[in-house]
Design a protein around this ligand. Structure first.
Ligand SMILES: Cc1cc2nc3c(=O)[nH]c(=O)nc-3n(C[C@H](O)[C@H](O)[C@H](O)COP(=O)(O)O)c2cc1C
Length: 271
């Protein structure tokens, strides 16, 4: 095995072991979540460079799940066609197009210094518990219907990703975004079935994985990206729980890919 040897993941063949990680571009300047020339050129150039698998940035499954109003989205059928152009170009360069599906939860609605703020760029985010992230607004606590809506949103976005020609889908369960917020006792203080125990905190992710798997072709891989540790002295998500989660995911999704960065500390506080 070498960096330049072929890797098969289910029915998808990667020409080498080089994967371009998802990278937010904050370039949907119309706030419509639509891919545009920027995404085509940015991701297309990375595919041209010889990588085997090129991921889009975190792509929001519903508008309130955008990290910022200028994120890419896949909550509407109209967003399929422009993304299709991106995936087609990536494939024509010999690379595999991948998409990361995401919900920012309590970390949504950031107004970046590079944005010229418009009405609607700030909204009250949602989260597992009414605990604010840094100086962001206190999120609305998701009730059971709200959780069901999020799971459905991942499922619908996955169907759209499939129709847009992507071959790998990654569920963003890392970096303090919504799914990670449910996993971690730091941000999840729920006392219902979606909080408390390890099983409870993992429930949302497992439901999302099942929903995604049920509409994603069997011969295409589902990845789950996690932060292997909250890097807090005690009481947070840690390596042991990540290992246990990987075991659960292996059963739930029949071979989810897992990419973890156990050696890179992730600050528990806003950057
Ligand atoms: C500009 C930028 C945007 C990023 N956006 C995302 C993202 O949308 N989703 C994600 O999971 N990680 C995101 N990341 C993290 C990267 O995917 C990657 O994990 C990080 O840069 C470390 O990569 P390295 O281990 O190759 O240095 C972003 C990183 C950068 C620099």
């Amino acid at each position: 095995m070498s960096l330049f040897s072929v890797l098969s993941l289910r029915g998808v063949e990667l020409r080498n072991r080089i994967v371009v990680s998802p990278m937010c571009q904050y370039s949907c300047l119309e706030r419509d979540g639509m891919a545009n020339d920027w995404h085509l050129v940015h991701l297309g150039a990375l595919a041209r460079g010889g990588s085997a698998l090129v991921f889009t940035e975190a792509t929001a499954v519903e508008p309130c799940g955008r990290t910022a109003a200028v994120d890419l989205g896949l909550w509407d059928d109209r967003q399929i066609e422009p993304l299709q152009a991106v995936s087609r170009f990536i494939r024509r360069q010999g690379a595999v197009p991948g998409i990361q599906l995401a919900h920012a939860g309590r970390k949504a609605a950031t107004v970046l210094s590079t944005m010229v703020e418009r009405p609607g760029d700030r909204w009250t985010p949602v989260g597992p518990s009414p605990l604010a992230f840094g100086d962001k607004p206190v999120p609305s606590e998701l009730d059971r219907d709200g959780i069901g809506r999020v799971v459905q949103a991942f499922s619908h976005a996955t169907r759209r990703a499939r129709d847009a020609g992507f071959e790998v889908v990654e569920i963003h369960a890392a970096h303090g975004y919504l799914v990670h917020q449910f996993l971690s006792p730091v941000s999840n203080r729920r006392t219902d079935a979606y909080g408390g125990s390890f099983q409870g905190r993992c429930r949302l992710l497992l439901e999302v994985v099942d929903a995604v798997r049920s509409v994603w072709p069997d011969d295409h891989p589902v990845f789950v990206r996690v932060s292997a540790t909250d890097w807090v002295p005690s009481g947070g998500w840690d390596i042991d729980q990540s290992v246990e989660l990987a075991r659960l995911l292996g059963g739930a999704s029949q071979n989810c890919g897992a990419r973890q960065h156990p050696f890179f500390p992730i600050s528990a506080h806003p950057a």
